[in-house]
Design a protein around this ligand. Structure first.
Ligand SMILES: N[C@@H](CCC(=O)N[C@@H](CS)C(=O)NCC(=O)O)C(=O)O
Length: 246
C-alpha cells in the first residue's frame, strides 16, 4: 500500500485532492497547514514545496505539488477508483489531461485574481481593474463549463471524475466575491449534487474540524487583510495586527 500524506488547509484547492482521496477510499494521513503561522514559508516546508503552497501530497516520502499533478497521480495509482477515465485511447486520454490542466492553468489563476486581488496588485485602481478583467475571463470559462454540464451530468459526461472535484472548489471559492454565479444554473446544480457524495461529505467534515481548530486559535485567514507574506515573521505580524483586542 502506498503511504500517502496530504498537507492541506480548509477552503483551499487541497479540497479537490482530499475529495479524490476519499473517493478512492484509500488510507491517507492529513496534516493541517496554518498560513497565519507562516507554516507554508518555513525552510522545512519550502524544501518540500518551494512554492510555499497547498496542496502537497507526500507519496512514499516524496513530495508532489500542483493540484492537477496530484490528481493525475492518484488517478493512475488507483485506476479502479475511476478518478479520471483513462484507457480509452491515447487521444482521449490526452483530452482528459487537457481538461485537468485547464482547471489548473485557466480557472485556478482567475479564482485568485477575483478572490484575493491584493495578492496581484497593490494599487487600488489597478487591483479593481485586474479583478474586473479576471471576472470577464472567468465568465467565458464558466460558459464552457455550463455547456459540459448541460450534456453531463458531470463535466466529462456520464461518469463523475476528479475534474468535478476541482470545479466544486472553484464554485465555492467564487461564492461571495460578487461574481454572478446565478448565471450558471447547471453549475449551481452540480455544486448541490457534489454535496450529496459521501466522499465530499467526508472531506468537508475533515475541513470543518480543521476550520474549528483555526477558529479556536484565532488563526482563520481573513481575506481582507491576508497578504502574500514572505516569512513566518510576516505572518506573525499579520496575526498580531488582526487579533481582536481583549
Ligand atoms: N498551482 C498550484 C496553486 C496552489 C495554491 O495557490 N494554493 C493556495 C491555496 S488554494 C496557497 O497555498 N496559497 C498560499 C500563498 O500563495 O501564499 C496548484 O495547482 O496546486
Amino acid at each position: 500500500m502506498t503511504h500517502l500524506h496530504l498537507i492541506f488547509a480548509p477552503g483551499t484547492c487541497s479540497r479537490a485532492v482530499m475529495i479524490a482521496l476519499e473517493e478512492a477510499g484509500v488510507e491517507y494521513e492529513h496534516q493541517l497547514l496554518t498560513y497565519m503561522k507562516g507554516e507554508h514559508r518555513t525552510p522545512e516546508y519550502l524544501a518540500l514545496n518551494p512554492n510555499g503552497k497547498t496542496p502537497l501530497l507526500i507519496a512514499e516520502g516524496q513530495p508532489i505539488h500542483e493540484t492537477s499533478a496530484i490528481l493525475l497521480y492518484l488517478a493512475k495509482l488507483y485506476p479502479e477508483a475511476g478518478l479520471l477515465p483513462f484507457g480509452r485511447g491515447e487521444i482521449a486520454d490526452a483530452q482528459t489531461i487537457a481538461h485537468l490542466i485547464w482547471c489548473g492553468s485557466e480557472l485556478h489563476p482567475n479564482v485568485f485574481r477575483i478572490r484575493i486581488p491584493q495578492f496581484f496588485c497593490d494599487h487600488p485602481e489597478g487591483r479593481l481593474r485586474q479583478k474586473e478583467m479576471a471576472v470577464a475571463s472567468m465568465h467565458d470559462k464558466f460558459a464552457i463549463i455550463e455547456g459540459h454540464l448541460e450534456s453531463g451530468p458531470w463535466f466529462l459526461g456520464e461518469a463523475w471524475s476528479a475534474i468535478d472535484a476541482y470545479l466544486f472548489w472553484v464554485w465555492f471559492r467564487l461564492d461571495g466575491t460578487g461574481f454572478e454565479l446565478d448565471r450558471y444554473p447547471q453549475f449551481a446544480d452540480h455544486y448541490r449534487r457534489m454535496q450529496d457524495r459521501p466522499s465530499v461529505q467526508r472531506a468537508m467534515a475533515i475541513e470543518q474540524a480543521a476550520g474549528q481548530k483555526l477558529r479556536e486559535e484565532g488563526l482563520v485567514v481573513n481575506f481582507e487583510t491576508f497578504r502574500p507574506g514572505r516569512t513566518p515573521e510576516d505572518f506573525q505580524a499579520l496575526v498580531e495586527k488582526t487579533q481582536p483586542a481583549d
